[in-house]
Ligand binder design. Sequence first.
Ligand code: DGL
Length: 271
Amino acid sequence: MQMNDCSEDPIGVFDSGLGGLTVVKELNHHLPNERIVYFGDTARVPYGTKSGETIIRYSREIVRVLLKHKVKMVVVACNTASSLALDVLKKEFDLPILGVIEPGARKAAAVTRNNKIGIIATSSTVKSGKYARKIVQLNKNIVVFSQPCPLFVPLVEEGWFDHAITYQVAGHYLRDIKKKKIDTLILGCTHYPLLKGVLHNVMGTQVQLVDSAQEVALQVKEVLTKRRLLRTRLGPCQHLYIVSDEPQQFKRLAMRFLGGGVKHVRRHIYV
Ligand code: DGL
């Protein structure tokens, strides 16, 4: 037992909206005993087209809300916020804060055989160059090709995982990256894991898809284990979901991302 034992406290997770539930799904899988307080900034989504300055301001506000819920660590599930705000958040707040970029980049650098990696993400994530820089830092022989795919987010929220239009859009976005003969593709946006089927189909099954949501969940487990912060009390625990717009739409779409319903959804009103 530590002096200041906060192992029973929840993990804070935040995203621009509901896409971060793909990270919650992975956390549920790898850390089923942990309690989660999730913040989805549904009133201000999308982040993927916004400036770094705005995303930093939003992210800072959200971490403050999560701290009121006594979270023991924060997971920035949003790739855009991880790209643009993570460094600032780490400097400003005194608790472990993890983003999705580094775990995804590490995994991709480890699995590529031909040192050609593709990244698909929102426009702001691609523009930040964070994934590419991290990968090259890990192995300077790797060449990275990035492609923004902004239409994937609304297609996923529409539930068009297997729709002809989604195939058409994916074919268009991935045309150039395919020509580069990459063997690894990072899904650098919360929504893209739901398009794995389409992406496998368009890219070919020889291209490995790296799911940042999966990788960050494994890193959260590692950090909590190392810091002796894993929840030890067994038994069911209820997650809390906080959204900044009305909860109904979130509840309706959450099913798609989580594969199960969400019970406790509360609204946060910015003042
Ligand atoms: N959550 C965002 C991300 O992972 C995608 C949605 C948005 O643009 O806000 O980058």
